[in-house]
Design a protein around this ligand. Structure first.
Ligand SMILES: *[C@@H]1O[C@H](CO)[C@@H](O)[C@H](O)[C@H]1NC(C)=O
Ligand SMILES: *[C@@H]1O[C@H](CO)[C@@H](O)[C@H](O)[C@H]1NC(C)=O
Ligand SMILES: *[C@@H]1O[C@H](CO)[C@@H](O)[C@H](O)[C@H]1NC(C)=O
Ligand SMILES: *[C@@H]1O[C@H](CO)[C@@H](O)[C@H](O)[C@H]1NC(C)=O
Ligand SMILES: *[C@@H]1O[C@H](CO)[C@@H](O)[C@H](O)[C@H]1NC(C)=O
Length: 377
């Protein structure tokens, strides 16, 4: 994107807003991951509130689906999807879908193993893949979010994306959930998946999907030290330095400090950041919150749908354009990070801030143990 184009939104904003409002698929997405199917008080979670309270939610992700042994042993969190505990959820999901909300599943996440099982020979792949395909069809799921937090070869996501596209068609939504820093250009990209997302996106092409890509968009985790949703600099780095199309980059955020290690940002600050992102990027991809059941309780909201409704306001309602902020992380200083990418990845995974980890490795000539002593005392 050329710098000059970023200044256009100031004058075009009202007409752009109108144009975006009448093209639903060009609007930023207002999304949540749902993992805990209970309220903080232990009652059943009511997903219909997302419909009845005018939250303008666009996509809901059921997290997390795991592929266990033996093949065909699929679970949604700790139980098979057909477990009676989920019986009340499926009709709610049908109702959401009838109202135009898309319902996806998240595959993988912090619990490892699902993607290892989808590696290997074609026979092994088929054994684990076919029951997943069957589950997606049985529950009329609209899409899948690949959250790969285990080191796998690039061929693993590629084979899976190609098969899902071939079997379910280009209407079936394919997304991925990398950490934000994995979307940085080389040599700064650092992530958990074991392959480079820039490489993957070049290979994962499609002649029938929007932008010619198999992956419709990326729900990037801007928390746990892999990014920072309180400031624009990580999003700028991905969109401007990484040259990713902003409509394909969704900002993933913690909606409650208890839902992650670090990086919670208040609803008030998020509203400001989202409006700045809308100013900078008229095709801004949207937001996703981890996770729904207790969203916003640290912001003083008594119900999670209030957090979602507030995010949608920031995403969709008219606002006074904010100052464009094109700051990015100090990439030049980070060039020294490339000699030790795996130790850097380990330190960030252990909770060190990205830039502090770069500095510590720099000071210790790449030594992991000495860096840990510096960073964690
Ligand atoms: C399915 O996988 C879960 C999780 O690993 C395990 O606890 C359970 O025993 C497995 N079920 C069967 C029938 O093997
Ligand atoms: C712009 O970004 C810089 C650097 O990240 C930050 O210090 C500053 O507060 C930001 N400005 C606004 C208006 O958010
Ligand atoms: C940093 O690395 C990038 C990519 O290798 C290179 O293009 C750039 O010139 C480097 N910058 C400095 C200040 O060394
Ligand atoms: C890393 O060390 C080199 C010298 O070895 C220095 O030029 C560079 O600025 C350092 N980078 C950081 C982030 O400390
Ligand atoms: C990472 O740190 C360990 C020591 O903790 C060191 O043995 C190893 O060589 C380092 N890796 C690289 C690529 O320098």
């Amino acid at each position: 994107m050329k710098l000059g184009t970023l200044f256009l939104p100031f004058c075009l904003l009202p007409s752009l807003y109108h144009a975006l409002a009448i093209q639903p698929n060009r609007r930023p997405r207002s999304q949540v991951w749902v993992q805990t199917f209970a309220t903080p008080k232990g009652n059943k979670l009511d997903l219909l509130e997302l419909l009845n309270r005018d939250t303008r939610v666009t996509h809901i992700y059921l997290a997390a689906v795991h592929l266990n042994d033996p093949p065909g042993n699929i679970s949604l969190n700790d139980a098979p999807p057909e477990d009676p505990r989920y019986d009340y959820i499926w009709p709610q999901i049908k109702a959401l879908q009838r109202s135009g909300v898309k319902v996806l599943i998240l595959l993988g996440g912090a619990a490892q193993g699902s993607y290892q099982r989808l590696s290997g020979s074609d026979e092994q792949f088929e054994a684990y893949y076919l029951p997943l395909l069957d589950m997606i069809r049985r529950y009329s799921i609209d899409g899948i979010d690949l959250d790969i937090e285990e080191g796998v070869d690039i061929s693993v996501p590629l084979r899976l994306l190609r098969r899902l596209d071939a079997d379910l068609g280009s209407e079936f939504i394919l997304t991925m959930a990398p950490v934000a820093s994995a979307m940085f250009p080389k040599p700064w990209a650092v992530g958990l998946s074991g392959f480079d997302y820039n490489d993957l996106d070049k290979l994962a092409v499609s002649s029938t999907r929007p932008s010619g890509k198999l992956v419709d968009w990326y729900n990037c985790q801007f928390y746990n030290n892999w990014g920072d949703a309180s400031d624009l600099k990580y999003y700028n780095a991905i969109a401007m330095v990484g040259k990713w199309d902003p409509s394909r980059i969704v900002m993933g955020i913690l909606d409650n400090p208890g839902n992650g290690g670090s990086g919670f940002v208040s609803h008030k600050r998020l509203t400001e950041v989202i409006r700045q992102l809308r100013t900078n990027y008229p095709t801004f991809g949207g937001v996703i919150g981890w996770e729904y059941f207790n969203a916003g309780s640290a912001d003083g909201f008594s119900e999670p749908w209030q957090w979602v409704r507030g995010i949608s306001k920031a995403l969709y309602d008219p606002y006074n354009p904010r100052r464009i902020n094109l700051s990015t992380p100090p990439f030049q200083e980070l060039n020294s990070s490339s000699p030790w990418p795996s130790n850097l990845s380990t330190l960030v995974g252990e909770g060190a801030g990205y830039f502090n980890a770069v500095k510590a490795l720099n000071m210790t000539n790449g030594d992991l143990e000495q860096s840990e002593k510096l960073l964690f005392h």
